[in-house]
Design a protein around this ligand. Structure first.
Ligand code: PLP
Length: 535
């Protein structure tokens, strides 16, 4: 039987609000989920009844806070099948949990000659962390390939995981492809070669039953804010023996046992890794979120998500203007789908969906190397949770139906006419073949990417300007507007462009697109300055 979404939705008052005068459809759950009243009531109760520091006060409130905080560890440990609270460390989020393994275990353990294996589909939180550790320790960093259907190439994994490998770090569920990776198989392979495996559970723990025993995971990292819990709290599970061996990475407060002027010793697990005042209210509220999900049943959560993803993919399969990424609909996948609509930049799509009250995520989702492999600057991601319904997906599909036309309406309704005109009639949008200089730009926050081309004659006069761009409609239009406006000017003009576009538009552009207006000016300015220094 499916989830009773009507009842569940009553627990999430935010779902009753409107956005842009239409009922909210929240499909950005892989970024952050909403929080049910049961969870923030717990939070409220803590602050109104027993807010106090833990393990430090000989008074009733501190005693109550300590008990609740300790019990929260027990409940989170049970949620993922850990043996005991000693194996459950509270951190700030998944990123911090993985950095704890990197700095507490990796830096002390790895050397030149060792290898770390990760995958091409990792979130930056893992990929960049292991890049840093490889650089610091001299260890070799290897990436398991992603196949064309968005799964891991397990033959390649078997090639890469050898006796040099000390650590394998893998996302259980890809936050872009929705792929569910074969963690147990990877764990067995890793253990056969004497290594340990860290599982990034940011997208799996909130959405499916995760049991560290059956996965045989050595470490598992996850975040509260993706599982109906609060922000500011995440968890690191570690096998007790490994955590006992591991060095703390932050010092002071809660993690101390005894200190002299010469030496210090550390508290017992898990407090050894929870320096300073820990996230007490957040930890207690996260345990309430785990209870909430347990009451629904994690099998039911998984099935609900999979059914919504399949429903959406079936509809996408029936249209030829949308490309989606990751395994096809008949392969089990998680409840998130990343896609692009022909001819509509993801940022524009996200904005026009917002006009329909629909929240999705657009950009590279902190997986730039994966987007390079997919050969796309970014994608739009719809991600589902326990409160989402087929009706909401239908609303998304209706909004997508006419995306191109809506994009044009968006441009003409929301922006200065100049922007719409330049988007439709760009100046040299294929760039220049004989440019005097070029300046490339990549916007890391949203995935916009482009290049300005400028041709200058012997007197310093700009003969022509053009651009090549994968950016959103507004960025492209602004690049074009600048190209047109500045042709014929002296190259020196380009070194001080601040406010040029704003002036041309009479300041008439929406705040939320300010970066798209200012960004091209900054790139062109930097390119001109570099050129003048070089010549
Ligand atoms: N790993 C994956 C797969 C994710 O999807 C995310 C967040 O989107 C993270 C790690 C990082 O999570 P946090 O920002 O909570 O640290």
């Amino acid at each position: 039987m499916g989830l009773d979404t009507d009842t569940i939705r009553r627990d999430f008052p935010v779902l009753d609000r409107t956005v842009n005068d239409t009922p909210l459809v929240y499909l950005d759950n892989a970024a952050t989920t909403h929080t049910p009243t049961q969870v923030y009531d717990t939070y409220d109760d803590y602050y109104s009844q027993y807010n106090a520091n833990v393990h430090r006060g000989i008074h009733t409130l501190s005693h109550e806070a300590s008990q609740a905080y300790e019990a929260a560890h027990d409940r989170l440990a049970a949620f993922i099948g850990a043996d005991s609270r000693e194996e459950m460390v509270f951190t700030k989020n998944t990123t911090e949990a993985m950095n704890l393994v990197a700095y507490g275990w990796g830096v002390n353990r790895l050397d030149a000659g060792d290898a770390i294996v990760t995958t091409e589909m990792e979130h930056h939180a893992s990929l960049v962390t292991w890049q840093q550790i490889a650089e610091k320790t001299g260890a070799d960093l290897r990436y398991i390939r992603v196949t064309a259907d968005g799964t891991l190439d397990m033959d390649h994994a078997r090639e890469l995981i050898d006796d040099d490998v000390e650590l394998v770090s893998v996302a259980h569920v890809s936050n872009v492809l929705g792929t569910i990776n074969p963690v147990r198989e990877l764990a067995d392979l890793t253990h056969d070669h004497g290594g340990v495996i860290l599982v990034d559970g940011a997208q799996s723990v909130p959405t499916r039953p995760v049991d560290v025993q059956s996965l045989d995971a050595d470490f598992l990292a996850f975040s509260g804010h993706k599982m109906a819990g609060p922000t500011g709290i995440g968890c690191l599970y570690g096998k007790r023996g490994l955590l006992e061996e591991m060095e703390p990475f932050l010092f002071g407060g809660e993690m101390i046992s005894h200190v002299t002027f010469d030496d210090s010793s550390w508290n017992d697990l898990p407090w050894k890794f929870e320096a300073g005042t820990p996230p007490i209210a957040e930890g207690i509220a996260l345990a309430a979120a785990a209870d909430y999900l347990n009451d629904i049943g994690m099998d039911a959560v998984r099935d609900h998500e999979a059914a919504l993803a399949r429903y959406f993919i079936d509809k996408l399969d029936a249209r030829d203007d949308v490309e989606y990424y990751g395994p096809p609909g008949d392969v089990e996948r998680s409840g998130l789908v990343s896609f692009n609509v022909d001819g509509v930049h993801g940022h524009d799509l996200s904005e026009l969906l917002d006009n329909h009250g629909i929240a999705v995520r657009a950009g590279d989702h902190c997986t730039q190397p994966l987007h390079d492999i997919l050969d796309i600057p970014g994608s739009v991601r719809a991600s589902f949770y326990v409160y989402n319904t087929r009706d909401e997906i239908d609303r998304l599909l209706t909004a997508l139906d006419d995306a191109q036309q809506q994009r044009d309406t968006l441009l003409s309704n929301h922006y200065h006419d100049l922007i719409a005109d330049y988007y439709h009639n760009p100046t040299n949008p294929d760039g220049l073949t004989n440019a005097t200089f070029r300046k490339h730009s990549a916007e890391t926050s949203c995935g916009d990417e482009g290049e300005f081309h400028v041709r200058v004659d012997d007197t310093g006069r700009i003969e022509a300007m053009g651009f090549q761009s994968d950016s959103c409609a507004v960025s492209q239009a602004v690049a074009s507007l600048l190209a047109d406006h500045l042709t014929g000017a002296n190259i020196d003009t380009l070194t001080d462009l601040d406010g040029t576009v704003e002036g041309l538009l009479d300041g008439d552009f929406p705040d939320m697109r300010r970066d798209c207006v200012v960004g091209p000016e900054e790139v062109l300015q930097a390119g001109a300055r570099e050129h003048l220094i070089d010549t």
